[in-house]
Design a protein around this ligand. Structure first.
Ligand code: IVH
Length: 689
């Protein structure tokens, strides 16, 4: 066959199979067969580039050449929608519009997908241009990138001019997976979709799992494309476009509803009175939808009536968006609070003039880092728009009006507001590198005691701040050394409260290794990472320390769920002298630094009621936590300090001051050999002494 002819045949066939596969999910040939034909076409196109059209199916893989995005005028006005935020009001709008139309009008309700808006222009059956919405009059030509989206038909069986509006989006799952592999993360699926359309190299866009749903078709004027929006959608579907099957049709005419059902068997159809329920139902169901939906679009389906109602300056009068999210609110940036986290990371927080926003009063919003502030060009005194991201976390969206008194953009201070050490920038964030920074220490203490970590209920943020302020708690091991009796007489510390703190601290010694590990608060060592390490055989802190000492980050990276960045962080954390000392002191305090394997199993009650303190070094118990384990396995308790409540001191070589104190308090002192004997003889020696 003549190569040009062969190329045309191959191209047409491949496009048909792409449609079967990507739009209808009903492939007719195997992947291998498809690849074989595509390879053949690509080879022919290399030999005969003059015959390779812009809509060849080979375009789906994109190009490595830098493209650009010239602006082009839109052939159809690309208006946006008026919006309402209450289902009741949206239903009211529908009733009013229906009354204005008379004659049993119909309405569709479509999902308003939170993606990137696109207009596809076809001429003589070929995709000519794909333009972003732009300013509504002209958009950026992102055709090469859009051509890589398999669900976009490159050729259609429609000879006349056609414009199609749609939304390009990515599912939440695909977003999470794809974003994880990107060096620069996107904040949400919409940004990734919009950003992908603006890749300079379309070969990059080709790798992004983008989808499209189209929702409006503009067939040639005068042509009978149906008198009803549903007929337009059905026709687009027949041309190979992807139409969202989650569709509602509301009309009081029973025959029209039946017809709608025939065209779209998956659609919900009901009389007009059913619309409010439907809006509310979809609003609640949106979490279960695979992609982000920010509202619903109500549209008059009768096209002639649409013409009659026409447009305002900005919106069609025949459509209305019902938005799930509350609108933005206007507030003022009163000040920026500079927070310093336990690992030194500096986070600027916007202090806002209090304002009501979707059911709560907002006074603060995170600003993330200096880059975010620079991007917003945000300064103190500015009027700002705020909204809630993901329904909960308030964010500053934009500056509405710069402050006249202070036109500058806010800059983070050069020094830590808590310890005055110089802040250091690392990546997008600034850090306080002073390990003795009071704010970092206080945060580390709070984190350690928090419910998710060691769960020391009685040591909440306020109590910790108080103890820190007094200088009684500085570092984490202090929690286990401090004599809480010193709180007696302090305001707000009644006997019962002090007893509760003591009990909470004691109980926390029983927390499993996984919790202890995560509670250390090392960056990257979250609960999930701790659990993964342990499950993978790093079930003893000494094994982790040994791995880190060898610099063996690969061993950590071999753990499922741990990437290279975290693995390298682990090496740093478990070789840092300060951290090793922290671990040693907590181990001395009796915390668990080994996962409970068989060794943690209870043996008997022979040490019940006893409170042991361990000091010095041992031959059979190295590390000392091995001795502590033996005591616990027999029902005893292990404490850090010798007090009046101590019943036994286990003294090894070079015992130090604890021995003197034990002798003063007449605490029984047991040597290593005596201890071994007790372990062997069990119950009998409990009464001996
Ligand atoms: S209709 C004149 N239908 O929402 C027709 N828009 O402000 C106006 N959108 O960015 C648009 N899903 O891209 C329509 N089913 C849908 C939609 C939808 C998402 C987006 C659209 C635009 C915005 C409208």
């Amino acid at each position: 066959m003549d190569p040009r002819k062969r190329m045309e045949v191959l191209a047409a066939e491949l496009l048909r199979h792409q449609h079967l596969y990507y739009v209808l999910a009903r492939p007719e040939i195997s992947d291998a067969e498809y690849d074989r034909r595509l390879d053949e076409l690509v080879q022919l196109e290399e030999r005969y580039p003059q015959y390779a059209g812009p809509n060849s199916p080979s375009r789906r893989v994109g190009s490595d050449l830098d493209g650009s995005f010239p602006e082009r005028p839109h052939a159809v006005p690309v208006l946006s929608l008026d919006k309402l935020y209450e289902a009741r009001e949206a239903a009211q709008w529908l009733r009013k519009t229906a009354a204005a139309c008379g004659n049993d009008p119909g309405f569709t309700v479509e999902e308003k997908i939170d993606g990137a808006s696109i207009v596809l222009y076809y001429e003589r059956g070929e995709l000519q241009h794909a333009l972003t919405r732009g300013n509504g009059l002209a958009g950026s030509d992102v055709s090469d990138n859009v051509r890589t989206i398999r669900q976009v038909p490159l050729r259609i069986a429609e000879a006349g001019s056609l414009a199609v509006r749609g939304e390009i989006y990515i599912t939440r799952d695909d977003f999470a997976r794809f974003n994880a592999g990107l060096p620069e993360k996107y904040a949400n699926p919409r940004n990734l979709a919009a950003g992908s359309l603006r890749n300079l190299k379309s070969s990059l866009t080709a790798r992004v799992p983008l989808n499209i749903f189209v929702y409006e078709g503009f067939f040639p004027m005068g042509e009978n494309s149906g008198r009803d929006h549903l007929e337009v959608l059905a026709r687009l579907r027949d041309l190979g476009f992807r139409i969202n099957p989650r569709l509602g049709f509301f009309c009081d005419s029973e025959p029209r509803r039946r017809k709608a059902q025939e065209l779209f068997p998956g659609a919900v159809s009901a009389p007009l009175a059913g619309v409010e329920d439907y809006l509310l139902r979809l609003g609640t169901a949106r979490a279960g939808v695979a992609y982000d939906v920010d509202g619903l679009v109500l549209k008059l389906a009768d096209l002639e009536m649409r013409q009659e109602l026409g447009f305002t300056a900005h919106h069609p009068r025949w459509a209305m968006a019902y938005k799930f999210e509350a609108p933005q609110a206007r507030s003022e940036l009163l000040d920026v609070l500079v927070q310093v986290g336990r690992n030194g990371r500096v986070t600027p927080v916007a202090l806002l003039r209090p304002v009501r926003l979707s059911g709560s009063t907002v006074t603060r919003a995170t600003l993330h880092n200096q880059d975010t502030i620079d991007m917003l060009e945000l300064g103190i005194g500015d009027q700002v728009a705020i909204s809630k991201r993901g329904d909960v976390i308030p964010a500053v969206d934009e500056v509405l009006e710069k402050s006249e008194a202070n036109p500058s953009v806010y800059r983070l201070p050069e020094r830590c507001p808590f310890c005055a050490s110089r802040l250091v920038r690392d990546g997008a964030h600034h850090f306080c590198r002073n390990g003795s920074c009071p704010e970092r220490q206080r945060r580390a203490l709070s984190y350690f005691c928090a419910r998710e970590q060691m769960d020391i209920e009685s040591l909440g943020e306020k109590t910790i701040a108080f103890l820190y302020g007094k200088g009684w708690l500085r570092t984490i091991p202090d929690i286990y050394c401090f004599d809480y009796a010193r709180l007696e007489g302090e305001e707000g510390f009644k006997e019962r409260k002090i007893a509760r703190i003591r009990a909470g601290v004691e109980k926390s010694r029983e927390q499993p290794f996984a919790r202890v590990l995560a509670a250390l608060g090392f960056e990257g060592l979250a609960a999930a990472v701790a659990a993964a390490l342990i499950a993978h055989g790093f079930d003893d802190v000494d094994k982790i320390i040994a791995g880190a000492a060898r610099g063996d980050w690969e061993a950590f990276a071999a753990v499922e769920g741990i990437g290279e960045v975290t693995a390298r962080q682990l090496v740093d954390h478990f070789t840092a002298a300060a951290n090793l000392e922290l671990i040693a002191r907590l181990r001395d305090a009796g915390l668990r630094f080994r996962a409970e394997g068989p060794s943690a199993e209870r043996i008997d009650d022979s040490f019940a009621g006893q409170v042991w303190v361990i000091t010095g070094s041992f031959e059979s118990f190295n590390p000392r936590s091995l001795a502590a384990d033996e005591i616990r396995r027999r029902g005893g308790r292990v404490a850090e300090n010798v007090t009046a409540r101590t019943t036994h001191l286990l003294a090894g070589a070079s015992p130090g001051s604890k021995l003197a104190k034990a002798e003063k308090l007449k605490v029984q002192v047991i040597s290593e050999s005596g201890f071994l004997e007790r372990l062997q003889s069990g119950k009998q020696s409990n009464n001996g002494g």
